[in-house]
Design a protein around this ligand. Structure first.
Ligand SMILES: [Zn+2]
Length: 697
């Protein structure tokens, strides 16, 4: 250890811990490059040599096997930064500075923090104090060099890959149905079953024109599709499993099935939070596209045609939407509703009911994937309404609380200003007092001085009065602002939310924004009833249950009591009469219309109520024909007799067709020459010939 190095280490450093940061980029390096790992651990001895006790050397090796391109996913590096910034680190040890951070930005940040926290840095070459300009310069240079080295390495690697790709010779993992032969040429898989399956997929799509229908075809016939295992101990094996929608799409979109070699179809991009997103690159920006590079399952023309078909189909299918931004359309929970059965986000479908857009929430992602029935389908109107009510109920007290907190804050600030103004008044009073004392102390004979001091005193007194007045005035003003405006604001806050919510002119999009401000998500399960788990922003949650919304035919159903009433009325009345009676009682049909004979008849038929005709027949009533036969007269006469009250008939329909009560022991008989009106009523018998009237006992 050089003298210079020892000089840099001070007692203040030794009081704190030494941190040894050990890292290897890949797991492979961890196993193969044990030399380097050992060298890294050996640095511990250097720390001991500098004066740190062995038990104070903390080893951070959680990042072993992590790629160092960014600090975001390196837990160990972050811990190191934390320890340094908390001032717990006296020195940081690393084999090379490039091992500490492979990204120049992370490195400079660490340097800055080390300089602030007075932490030393040690690598194989020596000890550095980042607070010293020369050391910092050197460390910065080392970091830059290491990043440049990484860049050059990568560029060389990429350049080689690109060159190979341009010639179409780059090895790219063969898609299902292809293999590389011994000449490194891509050929069709010699496994006939695999080949046939791929061919069948393309054929089915050719026939049906839809990826969904292709999946359905395979599922219905229980046909399996081959798939490569890309990870695990059985890597490279082919397994057979059900065909999925996404797999069909991937195969149809892959130009290699059309015999083309492509490179640069996708592009990997880092996001702000360190995640990696793979994006599709538009066709005209593909780096390499060599048609006819090998034999394909389909021709290039068919490939192009398939792409067009898929593009046209796309509009018709839903896609699994992440928490999507609020769009037009009234579905309040668009993007917020989660299926309680499978955990996927539910999508919205609209349908029109009586000219209004009505949302349905559907969980269909899995269904599309495997061509199965959809998971859950829930009419949205009732849910949306309930959520609206809950928000109105939940928001009011919160709004008041916020408003009150704001008011308190404002009051506090006004008090502060008031205190400042008070101090100003005090100062003016002090100045005036000083001027008074000066004036009193002066020799009255010294006229000139006394006059000017008196004028000064007067001046100060005037200023004092002014300051006092200004202070009082401002205070009154402040009180007024608080009293009137603030109270109004509080009241309006408490009431404006429900108002705004219910206002029909509030756009759906705004209403959805309000929901998003207040709710995290809603999970729904459909069973005997709907169960909603609502998560509010900030962690509160609530569970509610709703009855299942009625289906549209159920909504139009006639009420049970109306059916019962009709059943009862049928004993004594015709359809028309029943309709009139129900309307007088203020009852309405299932569709909300007044009753007519036709509606009553329909209800009687659909609920299989016994018809009036059957009821009368059951009660032993006779038809006109039967009556006529029994009494030996023409059927028309029966009607005439009924009209004149000789026999009793009951209408069984609105055309006044009747059934007749049995005439009893003494039925009316033909009595020519006797006026019908004279024959009075049924049960009255006119004896022919004698023309005498006999009354029944
Ligand atoms: Zn589901």
């Amino acid at each position: 250890m050089t003298q210079e190095a020892l000089q840099k280490v001070k007692a203040s450093h030794l009081k704190r811990n030494a941190y040894l940061y050990v890292r290897q980029s890949t797991l492979r390096q961890v196993f193969e490059n044990t030399e380097s790992t050992q060298r890294q651990y050996a640095l511990r001895q250097r720390a001991v040599a500098l004066g740190w006790p062995l038990d104070r050397v903390v080893i951070i090796d959680t990042d072993l096997g992590q790629s160092g391109a960014s600090a975001a996913d390196r837990e160990g590096f972050q811990r190191l930064v934390t320890e340094v910034s908390l001032g717990r680190a006296g020195i940081v040890l690393g084999l090379e500075v490039s091992r500490l951070a492979r990204n120049s930005m992370d490195w400079h940040r660490l340097l800055e923090i080390c300089a602030l926290a007075d932490t030393l840095i040690l690598d194989e070459d020596g000890v550095y104090d980042p607070a010293h300009f020369n050391d910092r310069l050197l460390l910065g240079l080392k970091g830059t060099m290491s990043e440049a080295e990484l860049h050059v390495l990568r560029a060389r690697l990429q350049g080689g890959i690109r060159n190979k790709a341009r010639r179409g010779e780059l090895f790219v993992r063969p898609p299902m149905g292809f293999v590389y032969n011994s000449d490194a040429k891509l050929v069709m898989d010699p496994d006939q079953q695999v080949q046939q399956s791929v061919r069948l997929l393309f054929e089915t799509f050719r026939r049906t024109g839809s990826a969904m229908a292709t999946v359905k075809y395979f599922t219905e016939r229980a046909l399996q599709f081959p798939r490569h295992l890309h990870t695990g101990p059985k890597k490279g094996d082919v397994v057979w499993a059900g065909l999925e929608h996404s797999r069909v799409l991937r195969i149809l979109h892959n130009p290699r099935y059309a015999g083309a070699f492509v490179y640069g179809r996708t592009h990997a991009r880092k996001t702000v939070d360190g995640a990696c997103v793979i994006e599709d690159v538009p066709r005209d920006e593909w780096e390499v596209l060599i048609r006819g590079a090998h034999t394909g399952y389909i021709g290039w023309d068919e490939y192009e045609q398939n792409q067009r078909r898929l593009r046209d189909n796309r509009q018709a299918y839903g896609e699994d939407r992440r928490k999507s931004p609020p769009r037009e359309g009234p579905a309040l929970l668009q993007g917020l509703l989660i299926c309680g059965r499978c955990g996927k986000r539910m999508t919205v479908r609209y349908h029109s009911r009586r000219g209004r857009m009505v949302p349905d929430y559907v969980c269909q992602r899995e269904g599309i994937e495997h061509a199965e029935p959809i998971c859950q389908h829930i009419p949205g109107a009732a849910i949306d309404e309930e959520i609206g009510n809950i928000l109105i109920e939940a928001v009011t007290p919160v709004a008041i609380e916020v408003a009150l907190a704001v008011q308190q804050e404002l009051q506090y600030r006004l008090d502060e200003a008031d205190r400042l103004r008070q101090q100003q008044v005090e100062r003016a009073r002090y100045d005036a007092e000083l001027a008074r004392r000066r004036y009193i102390r002066v020799d009255p004979d010294h006229r000139l001085v006394a006059d000017s001091l008196e004028a000064d005193w007067n001046d100060k007194l005037r200023l004092l009065a002014e300051a006092q007045e200004a202070c009082e005035h401002q205070r009154a003003q402040d009180r007024k602002t608080i009293d009137d405006q603030q109270r109004k604001a509080i009241l309006s806050l408490a009431t404006s939310f429900p108002q705004l919510w219910r206002d029909p002119s509030t756009p759906d999009r705004e209403r959805k924004r309000m929901v998003r401000l207040l709710l995290e998500d809603v999970t729904v399960i459909r069973a005997d009833h709907l169960t909603l788990h609502i998560r509010f922003k900030g962690g509160a949650h609530r569970t509610i249950q709703l009855p299942l919304p009625k289906r549209s035919w159920e909504q139009k159903q006639t009420k049970q009591e109306v059916v019962a009433a009709i059943d009862q009325l049928l004993g004594d009345h015709t359809y028309q009469e029943i309709a009139a009676i129900l309307n007088i009682q203020g009852l309405r049909s299932g569709e909300g219309k007044p009753f007519t004979a036709r509606i009553v008849a329909r209800i009687q038929r659909s609920y299989e109520l016994q018809s009036r005709y059957d009821r009368l027949r059951k009660a032993g009533m006779l038809t006109a024909q039967e009556m006529a036969q029994m009494l030996g007269v023409h059927p028309q006469r029966i009607n005439i007799w009924k009209r004149h009250g000789l026999i009793r008939g009951h209408a069984y329909n609105d055309k006044n067709d009747c059934l007749y009560e049995h005439p009893g022991e003494n039925p009316p008989r033909k009595a020519q020459g006797v006026k019908l009106s004279k024959r009075v009523a049924a049960g009255v018998v006119i004896t022919q010939g004698m023309k005498e009237v006999q009354y029944e006992a």
